[in-house]
Design a binder for this molecule. Structure first.
Ligand code: SF4
Ligand code: SF4
Length: 305
């Protein structure tokens, strides 16, 4: 019989996860220090929820009593968007159905199949929505390193993937972290139009177009960003587009991420959209997170430039 960790990883691959790694469910001491430092500098901007549940964020045993292991997975979403010349820019990950739902279904099926076919297991699934430091766990599990742009970078596939994890009560042999391969490259820092990469691997959300266009709940974007938005109205992929490791990205195979919403639209079409059209046209799209008013605010700001 193959070792249990190997069987779990083979199952992850069958479900479609491009990578799977394991780490021991312990207190994330170093990451806790970084989190405290990042919060104390106000780099979380208006994302007040980042300050909640600090203990749970840094120790999975606070979330899942009896947790022994964290099984991290990556799920590819790479598919370069087709954009007409006058279309405004929406982040690549938002072309298909909201990944939270897609990933959650796959992770639930993953834990169910481990339980049915490999070993009895109790645990919970997480994807970017609960207080879990996905990236820190992926690093600990050997799935990549944190690039200077603060994204998880994987040597085989770059950074265009979602991260999810199972926190489980199974004792499993942990994988080893990999080394950092950014080297002397500074492409992401040089390309960021708003200088949001303020230290190595540290983003100040107050300056980041992704934050400004999605999580930002203010009714305006500060004037200091005029001329710097590069036509982004939902998210920003610049620091991934320039990363040399993304030349290894391959097209995803997930039908739910196939572009289903017509996002190749110009400023006028966005500004004329009403709430009904937004709700129906973008049903199940991550773009709805910004709200129609948020998108219109972004469009107006970008076209004023
Ligand atoms: S997402 Fe855009 S604005 Fe944010 S750090 Fe990357 S390049 Fe800069
Ligand atoms: S662009 Fe260069 S420095 Fe930035 S994350 Fe990629 S390899 Fe690292």
């Amino acid at each position: 019989m193959k070792p249990i960790a190997q069987r779990i990883k083979e199952l992850a691959a069958e479900i479609g996860f491009s990578e799977c790694g394991i780490s021991k469910a312990t207190y994330l001491e170093e990451d806790h220090k970084h989190l405290k430092d990042w919060l104390s500098k106000g780099y979380h901007a208006g994302m007040q929820w980042m300050t909640n549940h600090e203990e749970k964020r840094v120790d999975p045993r606070e979330l899942v009593p009896g947790a022994k292991s964290v099984i991290s997975v990556l799920y590819n979403y790479y598919l370069p968007p087709k954009r007409s010349d006058d279309a405004l820019k929406v982040s690549m990950y938002a072309q298909g159905n909201d990944y939270h739902f897609v990933m959650k279904r796959k992770l639930k099926s993953f834990i169910h199949l481990i339980n049915e076919n490999i070993a009895p297991v109790n645990g919970r699934v997480f994807v970017d929505s609960a207080p879990v430091l996905d990236r820190a766990w992926a690093v600990k599990s050997g799935l990549g390193w944190v690039g200077k742009n603060s994204m998880l970078i994987n040597k085989k596939q770059g950074s265009y993937f979602f991260i999810g994890e199972l926190i489980v009560d199974l004792e499993l042999p942990p994988d080893q972290p990999v080394t950092d391969h950014c080297g002397t490259c500074t492409a992401c820092i040089d390309a960021c139009p708003t200088d949001a990469i303020v230290e190595n691997k540290v983003i100040d959300s107050n300056l980041c177009i992704s934050y400004l266009t999605i999580e930002n709940r203010e009714d305006h974007i500060p004037e200091q960003f005029k001329g710097k938005m590069d036509d982004w109205i939902f998210g920003c992929d610049i620091c991934q587009e320039v990363c040399p490791w993304n030349r290894f990205s391959v097209m995803h195979q997930e039908k739910e991420f196939i572009p289903k919403f017509d996002l190749d639209i110009d400023a006028e079409s966005w500004l004329h959209m009403d709430e009904d059209e937004f709700r129906i046209k973008l049903k199940d799209s991550p773009v709805r997170r910004a709200g129609l008013e948020g998108i219109k605010r972004n469009v107006k700001f970008v076209i004023k430039e």
